[in-house]
Design a protein around this ligand. Structure first.
Ligand code: FMN
Length: 186
C-alpha cells in the first residue's frame, strides 16, 4: 500500500497532525510521502491507495492555497467525474483532517472546511473513510485562545490530541483491510 499525506499549515498546528500520522505510517512500515501543499503542486493522487488531506479552517473553509490546489486537481480529473456518484474508484481511500480554533461557534467552525475537502475527494472518486477535527490555537490571539467556545486551547494541539490522532490512524489501518477486501468483492 502507498500512502500520501498532503497538508497545508501556516503556524504548525496542522503540520503536527500530519507528522503524527506520518510517524504511525513509518512505524507500520507503510510507504508514505508527506508533502506540504503549494499552489503549483502537481501530483497524481491515484498513484496512492490512501490519501490524507489536512488544512486549518480559515473563515470556515480551507485557506486559499488549499482551495487552489483542489481547483487545479479537479481540472486534472474532470473527465472522470460523472453526473451520478462521481464515480467511486476501486481501492482508493481518503481521510481529511482539519485544525480549527472554534473560538466563536466551536466545532462547527472546522466542520465546513473538513466537508469541503471531503467533497473534493468524493468528486474525484476517493472514498472518504473519516474526518478528523483537532482544536488548534489561534497564533497570537491570547484572549481568544483562553476564553473562546472551546475553552482554553492555548496549548492545542497537545499530547492528548496527538494520541487521539495516533489511535485514529491505527484504527483506520486495521479497518482498511476490511474496506480493501470488501472493495475487491464489489
Ligand atoms: C486568517 C485566519 C483565519 C482563521 N479562521 C478561523 C475560522 O474561521 N474558524 C476557526 O475555527 N479557526 C480559524 N482560524 C484558526 C486556525 O484554523 C487554527 O488556529 C489552526 O489550527 C491554524 O493551523 P496552522 O497552525 O496549521 O496554520 C483562523 C486562523 C487564521 C490565521
Amino acid at each position: 500500500m502507498k500512502c500520501l499525506i498532503l497538508y497545508w499549515s501556516a503556524g504548525g498546528n496542522t503540520e503536527k497532525i500530519a507528522e503524527e500520522i506520518n510517524s504511525v505510517m513509518l512505524e507500520q512500515s507503510i510507504s508514505v510521502d508527506l508533502i506540504k501543499i503549494t499552489e503549483d503542486l502537481n501530483i497524481d493522487l491515484f498513484d496512492y491507495d490512501l490519501v490524507f488531506l489536512g488544512a486549518p479552517s480559515y473563515q470556515w473553509i480551507p485557506p486559499v492555497p488549499v482551495q487552489k490546489f483542489i481547483k487545479n486537481t479537479m481540472e486534472r480529473y474532470r473527465g472522470g467525474i460523472r453526473p451520478i456518484g462521481a464515480p467511486k474508484k476501486s481501492g482508493k481511500f481518503g481521510v481529511v483532517f482539519c485544525t480549527f480554533c472554534g473560538v466563536h461557534t466551536g466545532l462547527k467552525e472546522g466542520n465546513v472546511a473538513g466537508k469541503y475537502m471531503a467533497q473534493f475527494f468524493e468528486h474525484i472518486g476517493i472514498f472518504v473513510l473519516d474526518e478528523w477535527y483537532t482544536p488548534g490555537k489561534f497564533h497570537g490571539w491570547d484572549e481568544g485562545n483562553r476564553f473562546g467556545k472551546m475553552g482554553d486551547i492555548s496549548n492545542r494541539p497537545d499530547e492528548k490530541d496527538l494520541t487521539i490522532i495516533r489511535n485514529n490512524t491505527m484504527e483506520l489501518l486495521l479497518g482498511l483491510n476490511f474496506y480493501q477486501e470488501t472493495d475487491k468483492r464489489i
